[in-house]
Design a protein around this ligand. Structure first.
Ligand code: DGY
Length: 323
């Protein structure tokens, strides 16, 4: 009997066509994102689901999907999936690490530079017609913060953190890092998290969101950051206390922030960070290049195909389900 697989969004790349040859494939065609209640209905009788980071895959959903054997997410992060609940039911969870490393590191660096040099603020200034004779070039006009020669602190030295470090070295930065998993990387000084926050002119966040990292940069740790420092977050919103960050930016303790990810997405218009001119905000576009998104979709399809063939997924976050 052909098994049913549900895909929660149209996906780029070729993998999805290959996947169609292995199952009875049903793809949500929109418009927009699939509502949670509909995902629940669609999963009844499904053997597998290919999902996005915007789909919550939790115990409640499992209860409505007794036949589910695999979840393949087109994302490296899996904080939208209750992985322990999946493992308890023997459901393999796939994700897409590796292919988005450089693209996400580019985004982090773009935000770092934009925040340091006030690029978004300057762009708004020009477009709003404020660049006039009365508001012309002057020695202190849109002065920002030097990147070259500054110290970058990387919170989480996995593949993306290391890719950011390589970029920083090219910009003449000194690089410190803190990681939950002990690591030794040439040219990077490993330090404790507190020391990193005290010494860094720029801090870039690259840990996964997990119970141990939720609110990692809380009001106390943000309070340790060097005066005038810049915070960049391309990992997950829940890692940083947004209210504490907004307060530190407002009172001038921090000079700027580059934020791609928010605790709640899409971000609410009344999020305090959006009211601040010294915040560069982007809508979770860390991996958003055409090529990288196609590669991620192909990996998600490859994980699903392996699961349908009864093979271990090439990139599985809970391989213990195969033992
Ligand atoms: C992921 O895959 O988890 C990233 O956040 C997407 O940009």
């Amino acid at each position: 009997m052909t098994r049913k697989v549900f895909v929660t969004h149209r996906l780029p790349g070729r993998g999805i066509q290959e996947l169609a040859a292995h199952c009875d494939l049903n793809v949500w065609m929109g418009p927009g994102l699939l509502p949670a209640a509909q995902l629940r209905d669609e999963l009844a009788g499904c053997h597998g689901v290919v999902c996005l980071l915007t789909d919550r895959i939790d115990q409640d959903l499992l209860d409505a999907a007794p036949d589910l054997r695999f979840v393949s997410s087109m994302s490296v992060g899996v904080d939208h999936i209750d992985v322990p609940a999946m493992s308890a039911r023997g459901i393999a969870v796939g994700h897409t690490p590796g292919v988005l490393v450089d693209t996400t590191a580019d985004t982090a660096f773009a935000l770092l530079l934009a925040a340091a040099r006030r690029v978004a603020e300057a762009d708004r200034f020009v477009r709003d017609g404020n660049w006039t004779a009365a508001n012309a070039w002057s020695p202190e006009f849109f002065t920002g913060k030097d990147v070259s020669g500054a110290t970058l602190g990387i919170v989480g030295l996995g593949a993306i953190g290391q890719a950011v470090a390589r970029r920083a070295t090219g910009f003449g930065m000194e690089v410190l890092a803190w990681s939950r998993t002990p690591r030794r990387v040439t040219g990077i000084e490993m330090v404790g998290l507190e020391e990193l926050l005290l010494r860094s002119d720029f801090v870039s966040v690259h840990v996964a969101l997990a119970p141990q990292t939720r609110n990692l940069l809380d009001v106390d740790r943000i309070g340790l950051m060097k005066p005038g420092a810049v915070l960049v977050n391309t990992a997950r919103g829940g890692i940083v206390d947004e209210n504490a960050l907004a307060a530190a930016l407002l009172n001038g303790n921090l000079s700027a922030a580059g934020i791609d990810v928010f605790a709640s997405e899409p971000v609410s218009p009344d999020n305090p960070l959006l009211a601040l001119p010294n915040v560069v905000a982007t809508p979770h576009i860390g991996s958003a290049t055409t090529l990288t998104r196609a590669r991620m979709a192909d990996m998600a399809a490859a994980n699903a195909i392996a699961a349908l063939k009864g093979q271990p997924m090439p990139c599985c976050v809970n391989p213990q389900v195969y033992r």
